[in-house]
Design a protein around this ligand. Structure first.
Ligand code: 5GP
Ligand code: ZN
Length: 123
């Protein structure tokens, strides 16, 4: 789609710190990270927003969600359960939708936000 920054990243017309790519998805580092790890997962297909995704795109949405833990793990954010039962690590998976949802870029994307505190709770 013309003038869509994420379509331009998909087309490699503008650079991004790409961390994952397959036929349907692209993941790259957020240009203005809110945390030590801040990745964006997008479908290569332009979809404006979660609310405009169609029922037949459910599998594509599922692939976005399934990619989040894989990338979080690769970037050191997987939750770890210790011998004493305590858990450390973890991350947020976030899809902002529409103006009141805080969406700024109208190409569907999931944020994967993690890393050591104290960033926690800022989004
Ligand atoms: P939203 O508020 O729409 O959920 O999030 C959009 C995100 O895209 C923001 O966190 C913003 O920093 C990021 N972003 C906007 N423009 C660019 C860009 O050109 N490159 C990259 N890598 N991230 C961008
Ligand atoms: Zn787009």
């Amino acid at each position: 789609m013309d003038n869509c920054i994420f379509c331009k990243i998909t087309a490699k017309q503008i650079p991004a710190g790409i961390v994952y790519e397959d036929e349907e998805l692209l993941a790259f580092k957020d240009i203005n990270p809110a945390a030590p790890v801040h990745l964006l997962i997008i479908p290569k297909l332009h979809i404006d927003t979660l609310s405009s995704a169609q029922p037949e795109q459910a599998a594509l949405l599922g692939k976005i969600l399934a990619l989040a833990p894989k990338l979080a793990g690769e970037h050191g954010c997987a939750p770890v359960t210790h011998a004493d039962g305590s858990v450390t690590g973890g991350y947020k998976t976030l899809i902002n939708t529409g103006p009141d949802g805080g969406q700024e870029v109208y190409h569907l994307h999931a944020h994967v936000i993690g890393g050591p505190k104290p960033w926690r709770g800022q989004r």
